[in-house]
Design a protein around this ligand. Sequence first.
Ligand SMILES: NC(=O)C1=CN([C@@H]2O[C@H](COP(=O)(O)OP(=O)(O)OC[C@H]3O[C@@H](n4cnc5c(N)ncnc54)[C@H](O)[C@@H]3O)[C@@H](O)[C@H]2O)C=CC1
Ligand SMILES: O=C(O)[C@@H]1CCC=N1
Length: 275
Amino acid sequence: MTGAASLPPILLVGCGRMGGALLSGWLEQGLTRAVVVEPHAAAAEALAAQSAGRVRVVPDADSIPAGFAPEAVVLAIKPQEAANTVPHYAALSSGVVTLSIMAGRTIGGLHRLLGEARAVVRAMPNTPAAVRQGFTVACAGEGVTAGQRALCDALLGAVGEVAWVEDEALLDPVTAVSGGGPAYVFLLVELLQRAAEKLGIPPDLARSMARSTVAGSGALLAVSRGEAAELRQAVTSPKGTTERALAVLMAEEAWPALVDRAMAAATDRSRELAE
Ligand SMILES: NC(=O)C1=CN([C@@H]2O[C@H](COP(=O)(O)OP(=O)(O)OC[C@H]3O[C@@H](n4cnc5c(N)ncnc54)[C@H](O)[C@@H]3O)[C@@H](O)[C@H]2O)C=CC1
Ligand SMILES: O=C(O)[C@@H]1CCC=N1
């Protein structure tokens, strides 16, 4: 990540959950100026209000102030909106880097919407970006310069860790595993809470237990140097209670098979969203 006050002017297209998380991270990193295209302006306006004039929110591409010359165009709209929306940014993306976080949308597909000569980086962040603990995997298309890649690294690094891959095809399983990953973890909280209630634990206590157990385990994992399996084994006393639960969860047809199927389904969906 480059230092604070080094982020140049950025055009952000879409300021929902992920776009908003990115913008808020950039503001912390000393963003000089951004124009945000967002038709539902409330959240973007709230961020702009805290930006001391650094962020201007407009409803559509036609309202971008004349003369605004971003160094990166960041696409944070839904993949289904790409075909209608992205071509409006063909001119502004000329000579600068376009960073897309859209699930499934390929670098080749973006070239077809923007122009073949455009520099495109495709990336997949996740929602812990909102607390600067995101994990993003990025892939640079042909013609992206070292400086453009460094800028994208800084933009993504403002909200967490960044890893780069050469093979764009990896972005589909990445989308399944880390892009959607927080949802599976939150589902685990929901299921633990539900099971606790079924076993007679009062709802308020069940809720606190489930949330705190997952959040605390994540915090422990974050500071541990060892493998997750070692942390699991540290909980699992021989002939104890956890061992019984894990025998159910780790049966081949249980979590191992279910997680494989779920990740394959999400990977397939990412591939379907391509173009
Ligand atoms: N939510 C997540 O966990 C992740 C989402 N993504 C990707 O990020 C992108 C955005 O997802 P979210 O932030 O979750 O969706 P969202 O629905 O919260 O945000 C999308 C935003 O785009 C705005 N928008 C719609 N049409 C527009 C247009 N023509 N011009 C400008 N803005 C427009 C919407 O008003 C909305 O605020 C998607 O492509 C998704 O695949 C990537 C990683 C994780
Ligand atoms: O569900 C989705 O399509 C997006 C991509 C990863 C997380 N949310």
